[in-house]
Design a protein around this ligand. Structure first.
Ligand code: PLP
Length: 345
């Protein structure tokens, strides 16, 4: 079972690090435009962050929705917590195993039962098995797509049909933190389900492709009545600093920046694949900025040995197998990984 959070894993890593590959951050961001916006906004930081209204409107316009469909907060984690509090008090939460454990883990604190459904043989969420688990106790279906930690993505048509059926029985929460890494994020997203009035929530974050993990901007898109219900448990836009909001406004859908960051991510990922192949390791083909591969030694010891060499990575255990998850970093970081990996593996 996955016991550490990404933050705990980073705090546990011995410093100084040559390569920080344990929290699925994007070292190619934020963009130069975002950095410039932060600098320019510093002087007016005595003002409250009212530009959040503009960011909400930009998101609404792009998605063809209204501001009433959008809840903005300091990253998507506070929105996952709001959903955990609201739905966790109502009943059970169905999730994949392994999948991003944050929402279920938080819901457990509100006495929610967590129903974990193993992945399919190709390490994807098992939608058929998850649908079969829906019963009178179910309060929420949590779908992380693409899935963390396996980096796999669901077939878009299959997920859309699943959401259309399941959301008639229980609310469906789709965590799209890594959707921007896909070749066609719009085609893969469940935003249309929200537009069609389905009982579907979509969580998005600027922490990944936009490179805002330390700036903290995220949002949830859902039916207006769901937004009102979840707002009870969220601080909302006032929790985001003005520089972060300004940076998000200039970064949102900045296609040249996004394409550049994607290109660099793909080059580093290909380098990692080549290292793994050369060392005789398999891996799960990844649609994201992290890659999961099966280890040939104890996962905890592997992480410790890599840490001693200045490289932080994460370990998992599932399917009676020890696994490592490597986040995609800059090329110098991937080279540091390769050097340490050759010594440790
Ligand atoms: N959802 C998924 C699937 C994640 O992997 C993460 C962070 O790693 C988050 C949500 C939370 O990110 P943030 O709070 O930075 O938006």
């Amino acid at each position: 079972a996955d016991v550490l959070t990404d933050e705990q894993a980073l705090l546990a890593a011995p410093g100084p690090l040559k390569a920080r590959l344990s929290a699925n951050e994007n070292p190619f961001g934020p963009s130069d435009k975002a950095k410039q916006a932060i600098l320019e906004s510093v002087t007016s930081c005595y003002q409250y962050p009212m530009q959040s209204k503009e960011l909400i409107q930009m998101i609404a316009d792009y998605e063809g929705l209204t501001p009433a469909h959008i809840l903005l907060d300091a990253g998507s984690s506070p929105l996952l917590l709001a959903a955990a509090m609201h739905f966790g008090q109502q009943g059970a939460i169905i999730t994949g195993d392994p999948s991003y454990a944050d929402l279920p883990r938080k819901a457990e604190k509100f006495k929610s039962a967590i129903v974990v459904v193993p992945l399919t043989a190709d390490y994807k969420l098992d939608l058929d098995a998850m649908e079969k688990k829906v019963d009178a106790r179910t309060a929420l279906m949590y779908i992380c797509n693409p899935n963390n930690p396996t980096g796999t993505v669901l077939d878009a048509a299959k997920l859309k049909a699943f959401a259309a059926r399941v959301s008639q029985k229980v609310p469906v929460f789709v965590d799209e933190a890594y959707i921007d890494y896909l070749p066609d994020p719009r085609g893969a997203s469940l935003m249309d389900a929200v537009k069609q009035g389905q009982n579907v929530m979509v969580a998005r974050t600027f922490s990944k492709l936009y490179g805002f993990a330390g700036l903290r901007v995220g949002y949830l898109v859902a039916q207006p009545d769901t937004i009102v219900a979840l707002s009870k448990y969220a601080v909302g836009p006032m929790s985001i600093s003005a520089p972060a909001v300004r940076a998000a406004v200039v970064s949102y859908q900045d296609q040249p920046y996004m394409q550049d960051a994607l290109k660099k991510t793909l080059a580093s990922k290909q380098f990692l694949y080549d290292v793994l192949k050369r060392e005789g390791y398999a891996y799960i083909p990844s649609a994201t900025n992290f890659v999961m591969f099966p280890l040939k030694m104890d996962g905890k010891r592997f992480v410790e040995e890599m840490g001693k060499r200045g490289v932080s990575v994460r370990n998992w255990e599932f399917n009676n197998q020890q696994w490592c998850r490597v986040s995609i970093g800059r090329m110098d970081e991937m080279q540091a990984f390769a050097t340490a990996f050759t010594q440790v593996s």
